[in-house]
Design a protein around this ligand. Structure first.
Ligand code: FCX
Length: 438
């Protein structure tokens, strides 16, 4: 059975050769025009980043190394006694481009479990924070503090060749992914369930199984399965989204993976990005309170217009790239369809009903380019149903997941020797001058 490092060692030379050939033959070839709308419009659609792990088609949604979410559900390993993809098999796919065998996946589970304990200084740091500090702020701080033990930073200080960067980066990325569950669970326990003992990491189970145990929900098999699916499919969403892009940008300075991912988490903590996770549920619960029993499509429509007329966005709808319902939303909805207890839950029913009404309302409103639900529209309500009701915590779970994509691509950025990222900026006057007379 190969280790994940051995699998990666096999593919790196091929990719390096592929990049060298592209550079030699096509450095000056054109991929598209840069328009003023790109410069003043958040660079939407501008093809300006190399990112191998996943590609987002506006209509079809995400593919991880060519595999759609249903493909992954068929091909990637589940936990013993479970059906959903586990994080380890998604991590292997994202890093190597290959579907791991079951034995490879189990071996990676063990490796992560063995590396999963937090160092004392991080435990002390997290325990010293006020419980009123947002869980995402705490997560970013804990991740940054883990850089105390960065193998990359230590090796760089000693002086290493560029060709060796990736190997130390890989050590850090694996260590960070391994430690995220203990860090994220400690934050949850401190803030919401103080005084309870956190169980030790079980070396025989998967990363998310351990995460759910440490959160205190280990007895709930359905929640564990849900979080396995959730964490696998939130793992990567191309490179241009704010969190992945931040990790890439900061990593391009050769800041170590802990610092790079800490920065990424603070991008994820914005309400237009990962924080929409918590916003959706707050907003749907408010809607439920406002509408009372016997909620009809007509009443939801009125409530949606109220949100829009007050100048707010409808959280969980719209996307920078997608122009169809998000297949991650669909996968999470399908999880609910197989479970009668979820189907009967009024909040889950409300989320479903909202998804039936909101697209037409948003079309009529006429602003958003994508009136359909994104993943955040569905993700929180199932957590709520299973008793993980503290929605300020939800983006932390997203943060545990997004590490899979952002960190694997950091390893690749080093393996391919990608340079410091430094786009050209222009003043308004400079833009006017350039476009005058065109
Ligand atoms: N409700 C109301 N208006 C919306 C909207 C929504 N859900 N989505 C977009 N719009 C508005 C925009 O605010 C913008 O208005 P403006 O011209 O007055 O500034 C206009 O429609 C055009 O925006 P559009 O090009 O369609 O969308 P962007 O690429 O600029 O933004 C996000 C994409 C996701 C930020 C936007 O759709 C939004 O704010 N959605 C709600 C928040 C959300 O769900 N975020 C999570 C997204 C994602 F899944 C994630 O990262 O986790």
């Amino acid at each position: 059975t190969k280790t994940i490092r051995e699998a990666l060692e096999e593919v790196i030379p091929k990719k390096q050769a592929q990049l060298a050939a592209l550079k030699a033959r096509h450095s000056q070839s054109v991929l598209g025009d840069v328009k003023v709308e790109h410069v003043i419009g958040g660079m939407r659609g501008l093809k300006a980043m190399l990112w191998d792990a996943s590609v987002l088609d506006p209509l079809e949604g995400i593919r991880f190394h060519g595999l759609s979410i249903p493909d992954c559900q068929k091909q990637l390993t589940a936990a013993p006694g479970g059906k959903e993809i586990i994080a380890e098999s998604m991590l292997w796919l994202l890093l190597t481009g290959q579907v791991p065998t079951e034995a490879e996946t189990r071996q990676l589970s063990r490796e992560l479990a063995e590396k999963g304990d937090l160092p004392k200084h991080v435990i002390d740091l997290i325990d010293s924070l006020p419980t009123t500090l947002h869980p995402m702020t705490q997560l970013g701080m804990g991740v940054a503090a883990l850089n105390h033990d960065s193998k990359f930073a230590a090796a760089y200080e000693e002086g290493i060749k560029k060709s060796e960067y990736w190997t130390h980066t890989l050590d850090d990325c694996i260590n960070l992914i391994a430690r995220l569950p203990a860090l994220a669970a400690r934050i949850y326990r401190n803030v919401y369930k103080p005084g309870q003992e956190i169980p030790a990491i079980n070396k025989d189970i998967d990363l998310v199984g351990n995460y759910v145990n440490m959160l205190g929900f280990g007895a709930n098999h359905d929640l564990t399965e849900y979080l396995r699916l959730y964490i696998a499919i939130h793992g990567d969403h191309e490179g241009g989204n704010a969190s992945a892009h931040t990790a890439h940008l900061v990593g391009s300075t050769l800041a170590d993976p802990y610092l790079s991912y800490s920065a990424a988490l603070y991008a994820l903590a914005g309400p237009l990005h990962g924080l929409a996770n918590q916003e959706v549920l707050r907003w749907q619960l408010d809607m439920q309170k406002e509408l009372g029993n016997n909620i009809t499509h007509e009443k939801i429509k009125e409530s949606l217009w109220k949100t829009l007329k007050s100048g707010r966005v409808v959280p969980g709808y719209g996307h920078g790239v997608l122009r169809n319902p998000d297949p991650r939303f669909v996968a999470l909805q399908e999880f609910c369809l197989t479970r009668p207890d979820l189907l009967a839950d009024p909040v889950i029913q409300l989320v479903k009903q909202t998804s039936e009404v909101a697209p037409d309302v948003l079309k009529e409103h006429g602003k958003t380019k994508n009136p359909y639900p994104n993943v955040d529209a569905a993700s929180g309500c199932v957590l709520y149903h299973y008793g993980l009701t503290e929605f300020k915590y939800y983006t932390v779970i997203f943060g545990v997941s997004r590490a899979l994509g952002a960190l694997t691509q950091l390893v690749w950025a080093r393996a391919l020797g990608l340079p410091l990222e430094r786009p050209k900026s222009l003043s308004l006057e400079a833009i006017e001058k350039l476009v005058e007379g065109q």
